[in-house]
Design a protein around this ligand. Sequence first.
Ligand code: UGA
Length: 452
Amino acid sequence: MYKYSVSILGTGFIGLCSAACFANKDIKVLASTHNEKKASMINDGIAPFYEADLQEMMNDIKAKKPELLQCLLDPIKAILETDISMITQGTPMREDKSINLGYIESTAREIGEALKQKNNYHLVVVRSTVVPGTSRNLVGRIITEVSGKIPGKDFGLCMQPEFLAEGRSIEDTLKPDRIVIGEFDEKSGAMLQEFYEYFYGDHLKNCPILRMNLESAELVKYGNNCLLSTKISYANEFANLAQLVPNVDIVQVMKGVGLDYRISDRFLGAGVGFGGSCFHKDVNAIRAWSKSKGYHSRLLKAVLDINDDQAIRIVDIAEELAGDLKNKRITLLGLAFKPGTDDMRQAASIRVVNELRNRGVKDIVGYDPKANETAELELGNKIAYANSIEQALKGSECTLLITEWDDFKTLTPDDFKEYMKTPNLVDGRRLYNYDRFNSALPFRAIGRINLE
Ligand code: UGA
């Protein structure tokens, strides 16, 4: 009845956003999870996490064609009733910082179990971020062993890295700038390409499809995230150089650099550093992977070290401005790893709080428009949580701007003066107009030191 039917094994950001986008374009989707609550929410048309535009899309599907998006607790059934299976499980970081492929492995087993019972050709697509060799040597091998089927003949295997960013997952899924297909063989890649030609239609005029082998596609994802992380650490390195000379401004410097058509100014924003579930995890995973093969990446180590040090830098800057912070009340504006989300994973705020606590600061108040609750799960009673900007600033002796939420953009120097005990402000995201704030307040910003 439908041209394509796809099982989506894993219902995180990538899985559920893809599932909704596919279903919205008349592709039959059977998502699967082992989490009962999540499955029933999805079946009720409710997104189990916040992501821009996802709920609206799910409402639409629920109202118009609810049969197109269903979530099962039985992955084998989902696989058996579809032609293509996409693995969208998480690949978290282990304690030793290497990649944890546990979920990928158990999903590959489930696919193997299902394919044992299936006679038609089935295409398996790995869309999780996995270190080179995983799709062939772990996923392909396990499916072959468990099902007794032959890759290339009975089932196809592709690896399609994902480039969507949190907060833009739906937009990025609907309008990618390229599609990378790693293929076990020509037939697998051709089938996935055809699927995307159907799904994207005219959008492909502006979106090349690149086909390559499985391992190259796996490495493309790391190449991407490591370069974006490197750009950020590069900007932060230059922010530290800029701070060596009065009146040099990193924002202008990176704008000048970024206008080179070979570079672009995106992801050259200096600040308290990158966070989120991907950059740390992926830079660490590919480092650990290369180390296990005998190659030590000095560049990637530096990228992570510079990022970690930004938390120390911002606290140093605050001490230069406000003096010893130990017995002072310090405010953090913004806790989430970036605006538009309540995600606290690897957020810069965590490193800043730890640095403040290492220096004996006990009176820390944090405020985030969306992430107060998730922050509390992460930071516990290391800080107090305010319910409003005003409450966060009240009685404070130094404020550190950590996440560039729109709510903070509209604050004026007078707001800080009115609410704070002493209005020391450190801009960790270059949100404020430097000249305006510097002339009105005791003010510092990453990547620029005071005009003399
Ligand atoms: C990132 C990538 O941008 C996606 O392409 C990728 O698919 C995703 O990881 C993933 O691997 O799943 P995400 O972590 O959601 O997406 O967030 P980004 O918007 O990339 O921001 C990451 C961090 O970098 C944030 O903490 C942000 O504040 C910081 N950042 C970003 C900077 O410090 N400076 C910048 O100029 C840009």
